[in-house]
Write a protein that binds this ligand. Structure first.
Ligand SMILES: [Zn+2]
Ligand SMILES: [Zn+2]
Length: 662
């Protein structure tokens, strides 16, 4: 092959391939898939070699400074995958390769694990598990990248299905990738995989040091480890003969990276499986609407686990109608009388309580405390956000605004107010109500330091805390056998997010939260407080009835043309200069409208739900259409026409298939 020039991309938001000349002495050493040091705009940067050629399109090219890797770190499969990602997520190839890279190390001692021949025996599957394994086994024989949606209630033994499917893949000399949400990558779960496949697991999470990361990456590359268990970026594992990708909790929003490249690990996994012929298992108790939709139309194979392996019954879920709390019962507390009573009973029996508060919503919404009606945009059917300064209601999708009404448009009561309770308020009211109880609080304020997170959980585990108050982080995967009561302070905060996925989030959260109760030998109880007791996401979560929830939610999505019936691209504009930002956003909106030849909906420009972060104002434009390719083309064309002078700079970023509206 011609080795005069190298085609190189860099880890900057510039989606272009640059040509560099290869010095004579470097021609043996250079190769596609290696990192190099290159001069770039007066700096020295890491570049990624994506091709070699005998010609360069321009006469004067710069020379490569050094070759950084002894062997290629990317094979053609990863190069194809990352190129696809750059196209799909409208970002630079180099940015994707940067996140897919192992750390650079000179020489590191190799980590050797003690190999043990004693393996715990495979568990005997329940009839439902056996059925699922049979179906997946058939798919694994085919080598044609079948996707399975494993829908199993909490505690139904999904992990055992993963383990036995992985065992089959390893028998055939292939490798497996297991993705877990970062928060579930606990030593316990790694131990569970490790004890079944001793010495063959490479863990991959944020607590690894650079050196450990490098060591694990080398073990995978050299075939010492053939299973990676890790967070998002484990999808780039350097396996040569991938047989299976498992994605646990596939509905989790943390699979979507929030900084560029804003990729969704599930979508990337499906593409990698397609390239390598691997099978995919998507496991969850609450499938994303997108995945269940694909299963219903036969694109994925659906397999279900409806019972818990230990024979325990699902916890009883009780809904408390908060509209009646003040008017009928004369109770002004944020705790209903029912919840107060159950907490006291629980403490008397020396059992533990989790109180859950959803604070995903950044902004306050407006709700009628008499009828539970939240005020919503008549065009987008998402909740309005209340701006106290202007006393106006804003829709963050289409920028429709109205005055805050004095009376409720549904029931004409005067009890229309904005809403929002913090964990601190819950904690202080709890101390007043139950002074003898030992209370712990866990939210982003108290758990910024890693230690504090494990300290609080450790103390709760040892029963040094009776009542744990927390945000969604306590809803996930934790197993506390002495917890017999879980209280949800307000299901409405999730239900009224300014996001079309609000109902889906509510169903997922309530199901997860309910799964925390009654993990031990005592039967669990769940109390959900809400102003919307009739809402389908609350009613179906109470009955643990996902298909019914799906049936209602998919109707709403179809009517308003939201995903999975469309794709969205969220264009966020940011600047310190609010006036300039508004002008630029308006101009971009007009250019988009003028260029729009396809049936693409352009919503906004509107202030983002989080209208100001760290002194920067934020606006957004949402594109909604059926084909992402056309939407990206429209954006590319329009952004190139939006020429703004550098003063009062406005930063524009794109999010393809956004998971949350921030
Ligand atoms: Zn009302
Ligand atoms: Zn709207």
């Amino acid at each position: 092959m011609a080795r005069e020039y190298a085609q190189i991309v860099v880890g900057l938001p510039i989606d272009r391939i640059f040509h560099y000349s290869i010095p004579e002495g470097m021609r043996e050493e250079i190769d596609v898939g290696k990192r190099v040091m290159v001069p770039f705009a007066g700096q020295r940067l890491t570049g990624y070699v994506v091709g070699l050629s005998s010609q360069a399109p321009i006469a004067r090219v710069k020379e490569i400074g050094a070759v950084l890797d002894p062997f290629p770190i990317f094979d053609s499969e990863i190069l194809q995958l990352t190129r696809w990602m750059a196209d799909y997520y409208a970002c630079a190839w180099g940015e994707v390769l940067r996140v897919a890279s192992p750390p650079r190390m000179k020489r590191v001692g190799r980590k050797r694990e003690e190999k043990s021949i004693e393996k715990p025996p495979l568990l005997i599957p329940t009839p439902e598990q056996a059925e699922a394994l049979k179906l997946i086994g058939k798919g694994l024989e085919k080598n044609n990248s079948t996707t399975f949606l494993l829908h199993g209630v909490t505690g139904s033994g999904k992990t055992e299905i993963y383990l036995q499917s992985i065992a089959r893949v390893l028998e055939k000399g292939k490798q497996a990738i297991v993705l877990l949400p970062e928060i579930s990558l606990t030593p316990q779960i790694l131990l569970r995989f490790g004890s079944r496949f001793w010495g063959r697991i490479a863990p991959w999470h944020s607590r690894l040091s650079r050196r450990e990361r490098f060591q694990e990456w080398m073990r995978m590359r050299e075939g010492e480890a053939d299973i990676v268990v890790g967070a998002r970026s484990a999808i780039f594992a350097p396996f040569k003969n991938l047989g299976l990708i498992v994605i646990d909790e596939e509905h989790e929003t943390s699979y979507k990276q929030t900084e560029s490249p804003k990729y969704h690990a599930r979508e990337v996994a499906l593409e990698r499986a397609r390239l390598s012929g691997a099978a995919v298992i998507l496991g969850t108790a609450t499938p994303s609407l997108e995945s269940y939709f694909q299963a219903r139309r036969g694109k994925y194979e659906l397999t279900e686990l409806t019972t818990r392996v230990d024979g325990k019954i699902m916890p009883e879920v009780e809904i408390v109608d908060m509209r009646k709390e003040l008017t009928v019962r004369g109770n002004r507390s944020i705790f209903s009388l029912r919840l107060q009573h159950s907490m006291r009973e629980c403490l008397e029996r020396k059992e533990q309580v989790i109180l859950f508060l959803n604070r995903r919503g950044f902004s306050t919404f407006v709700l009628c405390q008499k009828c539970g009606q939240a005020l919503r945009c008549k065009y987008c059917d998402v909740s309005f956000t209340y701006h106290s300064k202007t006393e106006r209601l804003h829709c963050h999708y289409c920028n429709y605004q109205e005055e805050k009404p004095q009376v409720c448009p549904k029931c004409q009561s005067g009890q229309v107010g904005y809403f929002g309770v913090g964990t601190q308020k819950v904690e202080s009211e709890l101390r007043r109500l139950l002074p003898e109880a030992r209370i712990g609080r866990m939210d982003s304020d108290t758990t910024t330091r890693k230690r504090s997170y494990s300290q609080i959980l450790g103390s709760f585990q040892r029963h040094g805390i009776d009542i744990l108050v927390g945000t969604q982080m306590i809803a996930k995967g934790l197993d506390f056998p002495r917890v017999t009561l879980v209280g949800v302070i307000s299901a409405d905060t999730a239900l009224n997010l300014a996001d079309f996925r609000a109902s889906e989030r509510t169903f997922q959260l309530l199901t997860q939260v309910a799964g925390r109760a009654g993990r031990g030998d005592v039967h669990g109880q769940v109390i959900i407080q809400t102003y919307n007791p009739e809402h389908y996401s609350i009613q179906t979560a109470r009955l643990h009835d996902y298909p019914n929830f799906y049936g209602q939610e998919i109707k709403f999505r179809r009517e308003l043309g939201y995903p999975p019936f469309s794709h969205l691209i969220n264009v966020t504009l940011q600047s310190r200069d609010g006036n300039r930002l508004r002008k630029v956003a308006g101009k971009l909106g007009r250019i988009l409208e003028a260029n729009n030849r396809e049936a693409i909906d352009i919503l906004g420009p509107a202030p983002a739900p989080l209208a100001r972060i760290k002194g920067k104002w934020r606006w957004q434009i949402i594109l909604k259409g059926s084909r992402t390719g056309e939407m990206r083309e429209l954006l590319k064309e329009s952004l190139s026409q939006l020429k703004e002078p550098a003063s009062g700079r406005v930063r524009i970023s794109l999010d393809v298939d956004p998971m949350g509206m921030l």
